[in-house]
Design a protein around this ligand. Structure first.
Ligand SMILES: Cc1ncc(COP(=O)(O)O)c(C=O)c1O
Length: 488
């Protein structure tokens, strides 16, 4: 196929150039009826293609024209049999994957360190999660992938599971042995769903980890907007193989998607696919080179380290995406959040996220050596500041809580607010997480422990963005009134 084409983007531009008189939404009518300051700021071009699913522009809910052509090109570029465009972010694509294969009561095998969208879908579908513990890095305090043997054991114990979900790669760039996991799951006739939110670029360079589609996975939710060059909120959902029915996927995706899909976002997916297909390898090479340069320079900063896992040292460390710089600042006697704040306030630098002991910086083809130098110079200056007598921060990882009820049962059970500080032993009825990364510390149905309460208090105390509880002060938590064991 001719990957230099952009059928949807071209159709939009042709439509805008023809200037038909629009008696349809959006009511701003290509910007003419819009706030002038905003209009002049964003520019007329983008407003001229802020259109809607009128006949010449096809419809993502039932594609047959220029959108279908764009989807077919995307499927070829990513090695999928079918690709869907998603304007609800990868959260929407993940929810579609799970709802496409799980009915109420079905089991799904998932790592515990999943993004909140996975758990939302588990609540929506009524599926029962079978959690796998991720391997945790004791130094960096971050969760990696799950091991092949953990998946094998889970499938032996739960052969009736309807899906296995894997994160490829994690936020921090670590990948499990996905093709082995796929082989094991397929031997049981179970589909593998991949959260590829942080891997839009990996398909395009042989030195990057294997993509979900290359590994033979059945579905992959891929944040093209994160690392693939499209606009924020636009993602793709790839499907291949015989286990998952693409028509069911389309139906579920349509159920979860606005009827007023943004054509600006859809067109940006079309254009990003072209760029990745034509130049993805060169762009990935540039990111790899810049990341190698950054790693070499950061290695010279005293007391600062960058995650560089020993690939192959454990089943969970099968492959690594080095364009993700997890910079460990614990030995500076500062939290990751402190360093994030100093970089913002004193050096004009914004990182992707921070946690207790790390900051995460993502390197892409949009970066330059000057960007890296600015980061390294700032970190060097921070490292040279007097440390005082603050002891190095301790890396803490609370144990995975016990799941006493299905998340859906807990979410809909009668609930009562009680002080979080006194909630140990109660079953939580809502989520609590730090976002980013959005991995629940507690999710509906889990038994709250004192260790969880202390951990949450500490995350809040150092300023990390604790979210999820209905009470914005985080003092009260909703717990279920009656505690029922699973299956009763
Ligand atoms: C691992 C993971 N999965 C899924 C998502 C959801 O992606 P989106 O923000 O595109 O909805 C995120 C977002 O941060 C993520 O980190």
């Amino acid at each position: 196929m001719d990957q230099s084409r952009t059928p949807l983007f071209d159709a939009l531009r042709a439509h805008a150039a023809a200037r038909p008189i629009p008696f349809h939404i959006p009511g701003h009518k290509c910007g003419a009826g819009m706030d002038d300051v905003f209009r002049r700021f964003v520019g007329d071009d983008v407003l001229s293609i802020d259109l809607i699913n009128i006949a010449p522009l096809d419809d993502v809910h039932q594609p047959h024209g220029c959108i279908q052509e764009a989807l077919t090109l995307a499927a070829e570029a990513f090695g999928a049999a079918h690709t869907f465009f998603c304007v609800q972010g990868t959260s929407g694509a993940i929810q579609t994957m799970i709802l496409a294969v799980c009915r109420p009561g079905d089991k799904i095998i998932v790592p515990r360190n999943v993004h909140k969208s996975v758990m939302s879908a588990i609540i929506f579908s009524g599926a029962r999660p079978i959690f796998l513990s991720p391997v945790v890095d004791p130094t960096y305090g971050i969760a990696h992938g799950v091991t092949t043997s953990a998946v094998r054991t889970a499938l032996a114990l739960h052969p009736d599971a309807k899906a296995v979900l894997v994160i490829n790669p994690t936020y921090f760039g670590v990948c499990a042995h996905l093709s082995d996991i796929v082989a094991i799951a397929h031997a049981h006739g179970v589909p593998v769903l991949v959260d590829e939110a942080h891997g839009a670029h990996i398909h395009f360079h042989e030195q990057l980890p294997c993509s979900a589609m290359e590994a033979g996975a059945d579905m992959a939710a891929c944040s093209i907007h994160k690392l693939g060059g499209s606009m924020t909120q636009s993602s793709m959902l790839h499907v291949r193989g015989d286990i998952v029915d693409p028509r069911r996927v389309q139906t579920i995706l349509s159920m979860l998607t606005t009827t007023s899909t943004s054509y600006v976002l859809l067109a940006s997916l079309d254009a990003a696919r072209r760029q990745l297909a034509l130049y993805g390898r060169d762009m990935a090479q540039k990111s790899l080179d810049l990341a190698a340069y950054a790693r070499a320079r950061i290695a010279c900063i005293p007391h600062v380290h960058v995650l560089d896992p020993e690939i192959g040292s454990s089943e969970a460390l099968h492959a690594f995406d080095p364009t993700k710089l997890t910079i460990h600042v614990r030995l500076l006697g500062k939290t990751g959040f402190d360093v994030e704040t100093m970089l913002r306030e004193q050096y004009g630098i914004e990182v992707e996220m921070s946690d207790m002991v790390n900051i995460l910086c993502l390197i892409t083809a949009g970066d330059t050596r000057a960007h890296i130098d600015a980061l390294v110079d700032a970190l060097t200056a921070i490292a040279a500041m007097p440390r005082g007598d603050i002891p190095p921060i301790e890396v803490k990882n609370p144990a995975i809580p016990t799941l006493a009820m299905t998340p859906r049962d807990a979410f809909y059970a009668p609930r009562e607010p009680i002080p979080l500080a006194r909630a140990a032993g109660r079953i939580i009825a809502e989520f609590i997480m730090v976002y980013p990364p959005g991995i629940p510390i507690l999710l509906p149905g889990e038994v709250i422990t004192q260790e969880n309460i202390d951990y949450i208090a500490e995350q809040s105390r150092i300023g990390l963005p604790v979210q999820g509880l209905e009470d914005p002060t985080h003092e009260m938590v909703n717990v279920i009134v009656q505690q029922r064991p699973i299956g009763s």
